[in-house]
Every structure is written in C-alpha cells, then in structure tokens.
Ligand binder design. Structure first.
Ligand code: ZN
Ligand code: ZN
Length: 293
C-alpha cells in the first residue's frame, strides 16, 4: 500500500499523559439526553420526525464532512467562510469543539487499536463506543494537548472561539426548538436527534473497528455497511484508515458514501477544491492511488 501518499495530518502523540478523571457533567448530560429521547416516543408526529431527520442530516454532515474530512484530515479545501459555516453545523451535533474533536481523532489515527488511542477497541466495545468520552484530562494539560495536535486549525480565530464555546450553537438550536414547538419538538429535534447521531458516530469507533471486511488488510478499522448507512459513509473505515487524507471513503462501486457526494456537490458549486480522493485498483487494492483535483 502506498501509504506515503496518504499522510495523517497533525503531530505525533504526546508522552507522559496525566491521569484522567470521570466527568460528572458528561455523565449527567448523556443520561438526560437519552431519557429525553425515550420520552419523545410519547409525542410522535410525522412533523417531529421530519424535523429530527432534517437536523440529523445537517448536523451529521457537519461532523462527517466538516469536523472529520475537512478539519481533521484537510482532505479538501474551502474558503474560510464555507469552512466556518460547516464547522458551526458540526458543533450543533454537540460532540465538543472542532479543535478537541480533531485532536482526539488525529491521535486515534496515530495510535489506532493500541495504547495512546483515545478510544482503543482493545479496551472493549463499550469503552470504544462511548465509555472513553467520560474520561477527561486536567484542563491545563488538555489545552496543551489539543493545541499540540491542531496548530493548523488554531490559527483561525473563529475556530478557536467555536471550540471554546462549542455548546452555544447546539443549545441555541435546542432553545429555538423549544420556542417553536414546545417540549415535544425539543425532545425530537434535540434529544432523539442527538442520541441517534451519537450512536451512529460512536459505531465508527466501536463496530467499524470490530466487525466487517478489510479491503486493506495492513490498515486498521473495518468496512461496515450498516455504519456507513447510518453515518453518511463513515463506515468504510478500513478504507479510511488506509487513506486518511482521502475525501472519498466509499471506494467500491457499491460502497455508498453520502459525505463524498456532498463534497463532490460542493466542488461542482465552486465551494471546494483540491479534493483528495483515492482511485481504487479493484484487482490489487495495494496499487490504488491518491489524486488531488
Ligand atoms: Zn478508526
Ligand atoms: Zn479520520
């Protein structure tokens, strides 16, 4: 495999990590939002479901296209305005700020499936899926750690601001839902949407490191079509670990990758360029090549 064409962006992991402590705030928030998602079923309407799915798409793509493929891997280029709009959509998914997300994710690529991987699958399915999110480093170390991995992104003052106040856009959308449709719309558009999106995202770290096939046996991760459908193409995770800087992750003709479709649309509209993508050699995947166009 020609790994030299697919470098991971960022610095290598720091050593001498301090101990992590469980965040009570994160535990309470997660329990509350899951309880809200269960309660939502008492107020099912087609409108509530449609609002939930529309927000799921916008904020989910904010994560997959924005936080992941654009910011963490710089697999394509946009104007600063377009980048910040997509990053803000990602922040509404309530998965933390863009710098923290990118720092954790870049660390995952450097140390996947081994010590140093923030959601190491070797520590069990639950830990990789969601358990890891409850463990935090001390604030001062965490700031240094995040900056260490995201110096390129931290040059943008808007991304730094969004990272610091990452919860504001998401809570603002929650407040708007409450004002527009009362508790039922809030439970659907905020709680149920977040729970569905959380587990879809988390399955990339758990299921797509455990179950599925490997087009590139030397790389970690697995290709899992259920995760790919739920997470807009992020389930082609073995392809992604082999070619992290490719904006395209679904490489086979049958590997549906909605996020790649969105990136192609952005390019067609003149909103993205320098798009990196792998051209798969189906007879010998090891001879696939990465192109930028
Ligand atoms: Zn992975
Ligand atoms: Zn990645």
């Amino acid at each position: 495999m020609q790994r030299e064409f697919a470098p991971v962006v960022g610095n290598t992991g720091a050593v001498d990590q301090p101990a992590q402590a469980i965040s009570v705030v994160h535990v309470v928030f997660m329990v509350a939002v899951h309880a809200g998602a269960v309660a939502a079923f008492a107020w099912f309407t087609w409108t509530n479901l449609a609002v939930m799915l529309a927000l799921y798409a916008v904020t989910g793509l904010g994560i997959t296209v924005g936080y992941h493929r654009l910011l963490s891997h710089r697999s394509f280029r946009t104007s600063r305005t377009v980048r910040n709009v997509i990053a803000t959509a990602g922040s509404v998914a309530m998965q933390g700020g863009p710098l923290r997300w990118a720092a954790d994710h870049r660390t995952h690529h450097f140390h996947s499936d081994s010590e140093g991987d923030p959601h190491d699958i070797e520590r069990g399915f639950f830990f990789a899926h969601m358990g890891w999110l409850f463990y935090l480093f001390p604030d001062e170390y965490d700031e240094r750690r995040i900056l260490h991995h995201t110096r390129d992104l931290a040059r943008d003052p808007y991304l730094r601001l969004l990272d610091r106040y990452h919860y504001v856009p998401g809570l603002a959308v929650g407040a708007l839902l409450l004002l527009a449709g009362g508790l039922p719309l809030f439970l659907w558009g905020f709680c149920a949407r977040l729970v569905l999106l959380y587990h879809s995202t988390w399955l990339v770290n758990s299921a797509a490191h455990k179950w599925g096939y490997r087009t590139f046996p030397e790389a970690s991760g697995t290709n899992n079509w259920v995760v790919a459908l739920l997470a807009f193409g992020e389930g082609w995770h073995n392809n992604h670990h082999a070619w992290p800087s490719s904006a395209r992750q679904g490489l086979g003709a049958w590997e549906l990758d909605v996020s790649w479709g969105v990136i192609k649309l952005l390019r067609k509209l003149g909103l993205a360029d320098e798009v990196a993508h792998v051209r798969l050699d189906p007879r010998d995947p090891a001879h696939s090549v990465l192109q930028r166009a």
